[in-house]
Design a binder for this molecule. Structure first.
Ligand code: PLP
Length: 421
């Protein structure tokens, strides 16, 4: 099942990355010291030598059900035997069933869904429908926020490094500091179509806002007639210990975006949802105003339906809460032991960030984890923060193991740095 010689395989694959894909990325992956991933199951990824890695990154939120969850795989296989992609001329039953299911589990009055293939596409659709429904132009988003890298979503993303080479983007975007309600109050006005916000900033460094932030933001949007677009691409579907992160605050969004975990770690899929009123204004005069060839394909819809069923039937929200609490407490103890190196541990459910006092230390710790068979990574917009986002199926023993290995990797890093002084 595994190839004969992993070293040769790594060389071959890295060379092809270098010659045909992305030489810079080839260098980065080689530096990280990981080989070629070969197979995966549950909370583990196996390299081409069959070495297991406990997956504490979870595909940046994709593998909430772990890898190859049997119920998702089974649902997808059954659909594959019938009709994988849709003709788009007939009614598509898996699509209809999924839209009904999403309306059932979504917060507030989100009734209608458009299905797409990724997070950035979900954001594109959300922005378009907000403009059409309100007849307004302006958007507000937050510094450090991450909403994707296509032109519209990139306009919402709050990090210059990803944007500068592509200017001008959508110009009517204003960025304000996250968790600063006064700044929001100042910029939301009668021309604001929508405010796009992550309930917890993921790539910004696992930033959890103050308890009233989203509640007050909801009120300001209502007062000004601006739409509240909640980006649950990373936080959605149980990750934070609630089906959606806005549920922690009882906030009802006007529009919501989803992706990542929605496909159960098996088929890529995304969605944006909105209220009946917004949908009528958005699609009422032209049902084809926004379309996607592959969006809502039967394979993806079956994967998503099975995913929601598994989350509900296997108690994954409760597990995210309990294991998240265990992991948070464990990591806080590690922080206490290494308070010169770690300045903060924070999180909600199984979306946890560990902040280092210095740049570059995290890189060594991550290498130490990998060496010991545990995978984790930075947050994209804040390299000082390492995130733990394991599958929601993770058990007590695996959480303990991840925390102990993190402890060892930090201790080793501290020693290495001291020896260099
Ligand atoms: N929105 C949020 C909150 C995300 O975290 C991400 C990806 O990390 C995106 C949107 C973009 O999703 P994708 O990479 O599927 O385009």
């Amino acid at each position: 099942m595994y190839p004969d010689n992993q070293e040769e395989l790594i060389e071959e694959v890295a060379q092809k990355y270098e010659d045909y894909h992305n030489p810079g990325l080839a260098k980065m992956l080689k530096f990280a010291g990981l080989g070629v991933e070969w197979t995966a199951e549950g909370c583990y990824i196996y390299d081409a030598d069959g070495n297991p890695y406990l997956d504490c990154l979870g595909g940046y939120g994709v593998f909430s059900l772990g890898h190859r969850h049997p119920k998702v795989v089974e649902a997808v296989k059954a659909q594959l035997e019938k009709m994988p992609l849709a003709s788009k001329l007939f009614f598509n039953k898996p699509l209809a069933d999924l839209c009904e299911k999403l309306a059932e589990v979504a917060p507030g009055d989100l009734q209608y869904s458009f299905l797409c293939n990724s997070g950035t596409e979900a954001v594109e659709g959300a922005l378009k429908i907000a403009r059409k429904a309100t007849g307004r132009r302006k958007f507000v988003s937050t510094m450090g926020g991450f909403h994707g890298k296509t032109m519209g979503a990139l306009s919402a993303t709050g990090r210059a490094k990803f944007k500068d080479a592509f200017l001008p983007l959508i110009e009517e975007f204003v960025h304000v500091p996250y968790d600063d309600i006064a700044a929001m109050q100042e910029v939301i006005d009668d021309d604001t179509a929508g405010v796009i916000i992550e309930p917890i900033q993921g790539e910004g460094g696992i930033i959890i806002p103050s308890d009233n932030y989203l509640i007050d933001l909801r009120q300001i949007c209502t007062d000004k007639g601006a739409l509240l677009i909640v980006d649950e691409v990373q936080t959605g579907l149980g990750r934070t210990g609630a089906m959606f992160a806005v549920n922690h605050y009882g906030v009802k969004p006007d529009i919501m975006t989803l992706a990542k975990a929605l496909g159960g770690g098996v088929i890529p899929t995304g969605a944006f949802m909105a209220t009946t009123d917004i949908w009528e204004k958005g699609f009422g005069d032209n049902p084809l105003v926004h379309t996607s060839t592959f969006g809502g394909n039967p394979l993806a819809c079956q994967a998503a339906l099975a995913t929601i069923r598994v989350i509900q039937e296997e108690g994954l929200i409760e597990n995210a809460k309990a294991r998240g609490q265990q992991m948070l407490e464990g990591l806080k103890q590690v922080q206490q032991r290494h308070s010169q190196t770690l300045c903060s541990v924070r999180g909600r459910g199984l979306m946890i960030g560990v902040e280092f006092v210095q740049d570059d230390v995290g890189e060594l710790v991550i290498a130490g984890l990998v060496k010991r068979g545990v995978i984790a990574a930075y947050t994209l917009n804040n390299p000082r923060v390492m995130r733990f986002e394991p599958p929601l199926i993770i058990n007590e023993m695996q959480v303990n193991h991840a925390v102990n290995i993190f402890d060892e990797a930090v201790a080793e890093t501290v020693e290495i740095l001291a020896s260099l002084e």
